[in-house]
Every structure is written in structure tokens, then in C-alpha cells.
Design a protein around this ligand. Structure first.
Ligand code: NDP
Ligand code: 2IT
Length: 445
């Protein structure tokens, strides 16, 4: 395999899909060596087949807003690869969603799901719908209209969607209600369900908890732990909330959170009621973090700024792709940050990653460190299949074990000769190999 040849072909076929190219290039560059050591991969065209999704459903979602006006959004489900299990991955509602966004996310999801060691293939879906400022009824109508089309291609053994940006427990509930009405089936077709109707305990917390468990493992490699560490988190949504909760519980102090409007610096740390307040803020359907500083006098709001200028020991980006650029990383390095562990998917630009790799910063890519969310979705699927539920401690224990195992896989495939760990290479190679061997076994399909 020559990465440049595959990339040139991909760019020629999909010239506008920049986020997708970014994700593919990173993976292909990391696996190039191991790929070329296995001539059977080349013979089976594994790379050429991996970079094309199995199928894409694109559909319109017409719905009526509270003023009685007809609105139309564009929606997609990208079923990327089901070599190791049914398609699995979240749904994103965000105005910037394009096919390129969902292809990048579906591609990443394929390797992430492989890393969890559970039987899940990769997929992603969503729409360019902006939930901000919408009423609860508008959200319901949109979710129902979305499911009216999506239900045709999903099922517990076929494709199991979940949440992502803009899609949480409320939206999953509305979508599930419509799926049930259309199919007459009460089954494990979505994850992130309410605990009273098939959801798993710990799923809401799982991505953030997993990020912090992974961070702890990274810190152990340099003989450190979270106790007393200053943590900066971006975003204030589902992943950020879980990460803040667990980091605080393990003795760290979260000193900054951010939104699209800027960041807040809280000298006393985000803990106790302030963590519950994050959920309130999220549900308020506003687009801003500023009210945090109006509510808690210990915090100062910095308008239009990114939180990476705040001196910290640990950086946990939990908002959106490409939210950390070269300048941001230089700030982190200058301030002696020791660990950058990704909660979001692809939050660092390629330029930022280059600088990180030339520094001593411990750095983990999202597909390894944020895999706890989908892993716990996998545990929800297992519970649904057994028609049993596990207690909170049982799920949390399994989640913790999975994160420790993913860390070990990264070390196995990413350890450099000088003892440092290239988590990008480790995660990509470990995730890829399992999918590639499954594809080999299953022939050219
Ligand atoms: P949410 O919608 O719950 O939260 C996203 C958060 O990011 C919100 O607080 C949002 O604020 C904020 N945000 C959006 N744009 C920016 C910006 N430019 N600067 C700062 N903050 C911003 O989504 P999730 O927490 O679910 O997802 C966050 C990230 O984690 C995404 O990359 C997602 O793909 C990834 N992820 C999610 C998983 C899950 O299980 N939910 C699992 C693994 C990864 P606002 O809403 O005001 O725009
Ligand atoms: O990016 C992700 O891993 C998610 N949004 C969670 C997907 C899932 O199926 O739980």
C-alpha cells in the first residue's frame, strides 16, 4: 500500500470531504508499516475497501416548526464497516453536519469499536439540524420525522445508533418511541435508552468516565496519578460532564470549561453542585457557557477565547473536531501540561498533532480514550440480548476493565524503542488488525 496513492484516489473521488481525508490519512500513515508486512492485506485490497463506506443513506427530514412553517433538513446514516459486528455508532444533530463529517466519524468508529473488543462494526448518522433554541415539541417532531426514514435500515442485529453531539437521552427517547410505533418491536435498536425501558446504568457517564480511566493509565506510565492535578476541559456537554465528575472524584481539580462563546475559569474548581449545574445548562438549549460565571462567583468568563491558554497539568478536549490547533498546543506545552487525552472525536488538527509528537506531552487519540461510551453501549446491547440488567458497579467495573485493556493494546502496538508510547500508532494498528483479519476471513464482499 502506498498512502499517497490511496489518498490521491480518495481526494479525486471526494474533493470536498476534508474532515474525512484528515481521518483517513492519519490512520493509513500509522498502519502503513504493519500493512506492508502482510502481503495478504494488499492482495485482498483491504485498504481500498476500508476507505469506502459499505453504504450511505441520505434523506430529507421535513417537519413543522412551532410557527406552522415547514422546515427541511438533510440527514444521513453512514454504515461504514460490519466485519466484526452489527453497525454501531452515534447520531449527531448539529448545523455543521455534512456527509464528510459523518464519514470521518463512521471511519473512526470502525477502529474504536474494534478496540473495545466487543462485536460492533462502525457507523455514524445525523442531520444538519440545530437543536439550539428549539422547543421540546419541535425536537420531538424532528426526531420522529428522522426515524420515519431511518427505521428502514436499522435493527438490533443490523445497525444500532446512539447519541452524539446534540443527541442525548431525550432525543433517543423520542426516536425510540417512533421506531416502536413503526415496527411494533420493543428491542435493543438504540443505546443510551432510559433505564426504565432497556437502558444501561452508567451509559450517560461512560464516555467521560472512560476518558478519565484512560488518563489514569497514561499517568501511571510516568509514575503519576490524578490526585491534585489541574484539569482543563472543553465543552460542557455529555462527555465533559462525565469527565469532570470522575476527575473530581479521583482528586483532580477541574479549573476550566468552555462553550462556543468562550471559557470559564473557576479558581475553586468545578465540583459538587457545579457539576449538576452543567446538566442544567446543557438542557437549557442555549449555546453558551457564560451563565456559569453569572451563577458561581468563583468563576470568570473569558469571551471568545479557548481554554487551552489556562495553565494546567491535564487537557481533556470534550467538545468538537479540530478545536485544538498549533497555537493551542504550543500554549499547553509552554505551560508544562503533561497529558492531553481526547474525549471528543478528532479534536486536534494534524498540525497540532505534529507539535505534540515532537514534545513530551502524553497524548491519546479519541478512538482509544473516548471508546468507553460505545463500549458501554455494547454492554447495553448485551444486557438487552439477555433481557437482564446489571447493577451500576458491575457496568462500571466492566467499563474500567475495557479502558485498561485498550490502554494495554495501545502500549503493545505503540511502544517506541526509547520507551515512550505512540498512542496514535498503537490505537490505529490494534484497531485495524482485528478488522482486517475479519475482512480477510470473510472474502471479497
Ligand atoms: P454534547 O452535545 O452533549 O456536547 C457538546 C459540547 O461541546 C457542548 O457543550 C457544546 O456546546 C460544546 N461545543 C460545541 N462547539 C464548541 C466549540 N466550538 N467550542 C467549545 N465548545 C463547543 O455532545 P457530546 O458531549 O456527546 O459530544 C462531545 C464530543 O465527544 C464530540 O466530539 C462527540 O463526537 C464525542 N463523543 C461523544 C460520545 C457520546 O457517547 N456522547 C462518545 C464518544 C465521543 P453547545 O451545545 O452550546 O454548542
Ligand atoms: O463517538 C462515539 O463513540 C459515540 N458517539 C458513541 C456511539 C455509541 O454507539 O454509543
Amino acid at each position: 500500500m502506498k498512502v499517497s496513492e490511496i489518498m490521491n484516489g480518495l481526494i479525486a473521488r471526494t474533493p470536498n470531504e476534508l474532515e474525512y481525508h484528515q481521518a483517513v490519512k492519519e490512520v493509513l500513515e500509522s498502519i502503513e508499516e504493519v500493512y506492508n508486512d502482510h502481503p495478504q492485506f494488499e492482495r485482498a485490497g483491504i485498504a481500498e475497501r476500508l476507505v469506502e463506506p459499505d453504504r450511505v443513506l441520505m434523506f430529507k427530514v421535513p417537519w413543522i416548526d412551532d410557527k406552522g412553517k415547514v422546515q427541511v433538513n438533510r440527514a444521513y446514516r453512514v454504515q461504514f464497516n460490519n466485519a466484526i459486528g452489527p453497525y454501531k455508532g452515534g447520531i449527531r444533530f448539529h448545523p455543521n453536519v455534512t456527509l464528510s463529517t459523518l464519514k470521518f466519524l463512521g471511519f473512526e468508529q470502525t477502529f474504536k469499536n474494534s478496540l473495545t473488543s466487543l462485536a460492533m462494526g462502525g457507523a455514524k448518522g445525523g442531520a444538519d439540524f440545530n437543536p439550539k433554541g428549539k422547543s421540546d415539541i419541535e425536537i420531538m417532531r424532528f426526531c420522529q420525522a428522522f426515524m420515519l426514514e431511518l427505521h428502514k435500515i436499522i435493527g438490533p442485529e443490523m445497525d444500532v445508533p446512539a447519541g452524539d453531539i446534540g443527541v442525548g437521552a431525550r432525543e433517543i427517547g423520542y426516536m425510540y418511541g417512533m421506531y416502536k410505533k413503526l415496527t411494533h418491536q420493543h428491542e435493543g435498536v438504540l443505546t443510551g435508552k432510559g433505564v426504565n425501558w432497556g437502558g444501561s446504568l452508567i451509559r450517560p457517564e461512560a464516555t467521560g468516565f472512560g476518558v478519565v480511566y484512560f488518563t489514569s493509565e497514561m499517568l501511571k506510565t510516568i509514575g503519576q496519578n490524578l490526585e491534585g492535578k489541574r484539569v482543563v476541559v472543553s465543552g460542557f456537554g455529555n462527555v465533559a460532564w462525565g469527565a469532570v465528575k470522575k476527575a473530581t472524584e479521583l482528586g483532580a481539580k477541574v479549573i476550566a470549561l468552555s462553550g462556543p462563546d468562550g471559557y470559564i475559569y473557576d479558581k475553586d474548581g468545578v465540583s459538587g453542585d457545579k457539576i449538576d449545574y452543567m446538566t442544567e445548562l446543557r438542557l437549557s438549549n442555549n449555546d453558551v457557557i457564560q451563565p456559569y460565571a453569572d451563577t458561581f462567583p468563583s468563576a470568570i468568563f473569558h469571551a471568545g477565547k479557548r481554554p487551552w491558554e489556562v495553565p494546567c497539568d491535564i487537557a481533556l478536549p470534550c467538545a468538537i473536531q479540530n478545536e485544538i490547533n498549533e497555537d493551542d498546543v504550543m500554549n499547553l506545552v509552554k505551560n508544562n501540561c503533561i497529558c492531553l487525552c481526547e474525549g471528543a472525536n478528532m479534536p486536534c488538527t494534524p498540525g497540532a498533532i505534529k507539535i505534540i509528537q515532537e514534545s513530551k506531552l502524553l497524548y491519546s487519540p479519541g478512538k482509544a480514550s473516548n471508546a468507553g461510551g460505545v463500549a458501554t453501549s455494547g454492554l447495553e446491547m448485551a444486557q438487552n440480548a439477555m433481557k437482564l440488567t446489571w447493577g451500576k458497579d458491575e457496568v462500571d467495573k466492566r467499563l474500567h476493565e475495557i479502558m485498561v485493556d485498550i490502554h494495554s493494546a495501545c502500549v503493545k502496538y505503540g511502544k517506541n524503542s526509547n520507551g515512550s508510547i505512540d498512542y496514535v500508532k498503537g490505537a490505529n494498528v490494534a484497531g485495524f488488525l482485528k478488522v482486517a483479519y475479519a475482512m480477510l476471513d470473510q472474502g471479497i464482499v
